[in-house]
Design a binder for this molecule. Structure first.
Ligand code: KG4
Ligand code: ZN
Length: 341
């Protein structure tokens, strides 16, 4: 290992993307290969865990070989292996974890188990070389909605979380209900451009005893009730208006909670992360709200918002620098909590 450079091979397989990347010193992405299973799961209207695991097994060696090749590296020239070990689908996670352990054992390389959400947060480091903790981060993905105070590298305080559905899950469920199919987020965003976000007044749910917590299942039910009532009354359902009005409610709640936390904790920097963070309307609303407060706003490119291994290489680097190492007994932890090891 050279003194200045830590080259990490990162692996991600927690859900429906098989991904590998080579990342140098946490922020310099030399390769980022993603094999998406979305087309496969679209047939079933959502991710089928068993199919996801099988597909990961099929793809993982190819994806790693491609990532090494794109970066001009081999297993003999990298310094450490980072792998997502939770949270996620257990069978899917196990594929990445087993692969990472095999490489670490065969090549005698340090192994670092990475938390998937820490990866999403760390995606912000890649294109924003000036971003350093402390900052506030809103993680909005298919499985998680967390408002996190990043106090230092690898040091997190969760200020708020969803009490029921994750933001991305709400997008996916509403998309299915209005006939857009899977994956819901990008489809809702697309049709929303043709809709009126104020056409239907859906609730903007607040959680009484948690100022930074979220609840999206009531909003989803309100959309379902609206659709039922239109059908019963024989009224026309304007798909684009339903999508735009739903998206508007989600965004209002996300912005309100984030801005409240920024004020309360006096944060000067705010970042968003996770699949839903690739939504341009959400980004625009967050950017404007931050501009009004004089807070610097960060977000990853869309390809680094949804699941990828570059973000795992970024988070893994800071874990590595903090001396975190895992043994060959590393296991997948499907419900791993943020900040837990
Ligand atoms: O981070 P991610 O790739 O996987 C998880 O860790 O969950 O996030 C996937 C989620 C899905 O629910 C998807 O519908 C949502 O992110 N998503 C979006 C957009 N792109 C992906 N939601 C809203 N607008 C988008 N443009
Ligand atoms: Zn994710």
């Amino acid at each position: 290992m050279s003194e200045q450079e830590v080259k990490i091979l990162a692996i991600e397989s927690s859900c429906d993307e098989t991904a590998a990347a080579v990342v140098v010193n946490g922020r310099d992405v030399r390769s980022n290969v993603i094999s998406s299973q979305i087309a496969l799961h679209t047939l079933y209207g959502g991710v089928v865990p068993e199919i996801a695991s099988r597909k990961h097994i099929e793809k993982i060696n190819q994806v790693i070989a491609q990532a090494l090749n794109d970066a001009g590296e081999t297993l003999d020239t990298i310094d450490a292996i980072a792998v997502t070990y939770g949270p996620g689908l257990v069978g899917a996670l196990l594929v990445g974890v087993a692969e990472a352990k095999a490489i670490a054992y065969a090549k005698n390389l340090p192994l670092i188990g990475v938390h998937h959400i820490e990866g999403h947060i760390s995606a912000n480091y890649i294109e924003n070389k000036d971003l350093e903790p402390p900052f506030l981060c809103l993680v909005v993905s298919g499985g998680h909605t967390h408002l996190v105070r990043v106090k230092d590298y690898g040091v997190y305080e969760i200020l708020g979380r969803t009490r029921d559905d994750a933001a991305g899950e709400a997008f996916d469920k509403v998309a299915r209900a209005i006939g857009l199919g899977y994956p819901g987020g990008p489809k809702i965003e697309k049709v929303s451009h043709e809709g009126n976000p104020h056409a239907i007044q859906f609730p903007k749910p607040k959680v009484a005893d948690g100022p930074y917590d979220f609840s999206f299942s009531g909003l989803k039910s309100a959309v379902l009730n609206y659709l039922n009532s239109c059908q019963m009354k024989g009224e026309e359902i304007v798909q684009a208006d339903v999508a735009a009005s739903f998206q508007n409610s989600v965004i209002e709640v996300l912005v309100a909670n984030a801005m409240r936390a920024i004020d309360e904790y006096g944060m000067e920097r705010f970042a968003i992360a996770g699949g839903v963070a690739s939504n341009q309307t959400l980004r625009g609303a967050m950017e404007e709200a931050c501009r009004q407060k004089g807070v610097k706003f960060y977000h990853p490119s869309p390809i680094l918002c949804t699941d990828n291994a570059a973000m795992i290489g970024a988070a893994g680097y800071y874990d590595y620098m903090a001396g975190k190492r895992d043994g060959l007994d590393l296991n997948a932890v499907p419900n791993l909590k943020l900040g837990e090891r």
